[in-house]
Design a protein around this ligand. Structure first.
Ligand code: ASP
Length: 330
């Protein structure tokens, strides 16, 4: 338990003149040509939505939640509507949200038939004494909170069903198929009070076993946020990310003095060499420096700082446009 003086030192971290920053990702992997334009437009829309909230004086927590909702509602991504299917052809989703102010966090795993798992994760954080609810318990809690249950079919995209069917064929490799085309979503932000937050949401790995829970809802793996350091959201092969606690080691490297980019490169290289895992991360530190870094071939991402939108999908791609420019919202 924090003493009063320790609590006030947390609050004193807040500086009111902080420039807001938001960074989002739409999943790391090999994004098929068919999906590239939709992913690029989707991450831009999500980043602009989050930035709008921050510019209006909103919190980092609200900004990351709403940015993720935009991508959960977009069938180009593997989260909410568009989630991949498990071995039985069902959708089981994972999500996490974390508030860097007090390390408050909420998560859901293997949750079914709701449109926005990230909203349910926030309710877990704010309305329960727990950090993560799973499966049936998460559904009961959703019902008790008045979260609308939606038919599973309304979340299933044509692409997710096609991939699932393809992966059922003898000799197919679902893990390789996922690396081919991922789409987990995430956001990190810092608001003008200096608070950071992260949010990550996913349908997981295609054709996964029923009940498989990945890295996303695991604190320190799918995301982490601490006002003393910064915030991180991850994407990639969940079983590998969990074994290295990717988000937390990135913050550890930043605590040791590395920039977000150096910390992300170091941790992703470690994951690649130590457990042969590939992935991507978005990170913001508590000074507003940010990065979108990946060891896969591609990751869709977008960021806004100082009214400038940056975005990309391919390695080395970094387009820059003012948020008022017509290209920003296309
Ligand atoms: N990390 C997610 C999972 O393993 C998948 C992804 O990011 O593509 O559930």
């Amino acid at each position: 338990m924090l003493s009063d003086s320790a609590t006030s030192s947390v609050t004193s971290l807040e500086h009111l003149d902080m420039k807001p920053v938001i960074v989002v990702h739409g999943g790391a992997g090999n994004i098929s040509d068919k999906r590239v334009p939709g992913c690029r437009a989707g991450v831009k829309r999500a980043a602009l939505k989050g930035y709008d909230i921050l510019k209006g004086g909103g919190s980092a927590l609200d900004a990351v939640e709403e940015a993720v909702v935009v991508m959960e509602d977009d069938p180009h991504f593997n989260a909410g509507c568009g989630s991949v299917l498990n071995e039985k052809g069902e959708i089981e989703m994972d999500a996490i949200i974390m508030d860097g102010k007090d390390l408050g966090s909420g998560a859901v795993s293997a949750v079914r038939c709701i449109a926005n798992p990230i909203k349910l994760a926030r309710l877990v954080m704010e309305k329960t004494d727990h950090v993560c609810l799973t499966d049936r318990g998460a559904s009961l809690f959703a019902k008790a909170q008045g979260v609308e249950e939606v038919p599973e079919e309304s979340l299933v995209s044509e692409m997710a069903r096609e991939r699932w069917e393809k992966n059922l064929k003898p000799g197919s490799d679902p893990v390789a198929s996922q690396i081919q085309d991922r789409g987990t979503v995430g956001a990190v932000a810092i608001d003008n009070s200096g608070n950071v937050a992260c949010a990550t949401s996913t349908g997981g790995m295609t054709n996964k076993m029923v009940g498989r829970v990945g890295d996303t809802p695991c604190i320190g793996s799918g995301g982490y946020a601490d006002n003393f350091v910064g915030a991180c959201s991850t994407t990639g092969h969940g079983e590998k990310i969990m074994t290295v606690t990717l988000a937390r080691i990135i913050l550890y490297h930043m605590e040791q003095g590395m920039s977000p980019e150096e910390a992300s490169d170091t941790a992703l290289t470690y994951m690649k060499t130590r457990v042969r895992g590939l992935g991507g991360v978005i990170v913001v530190n508590n000074s507003g420096e940010w990065t979108a870094t990946f060891s896969t071939n591609q990751m869709s991402w977008a960021a806004v700082k100082d009214d400038v939108l940056e975005f990309g999908v391919f390695r080395g791609e970094n387009e820059t446009v003012n948020i008022d420019h017509p290209l920003a919202s296309q």
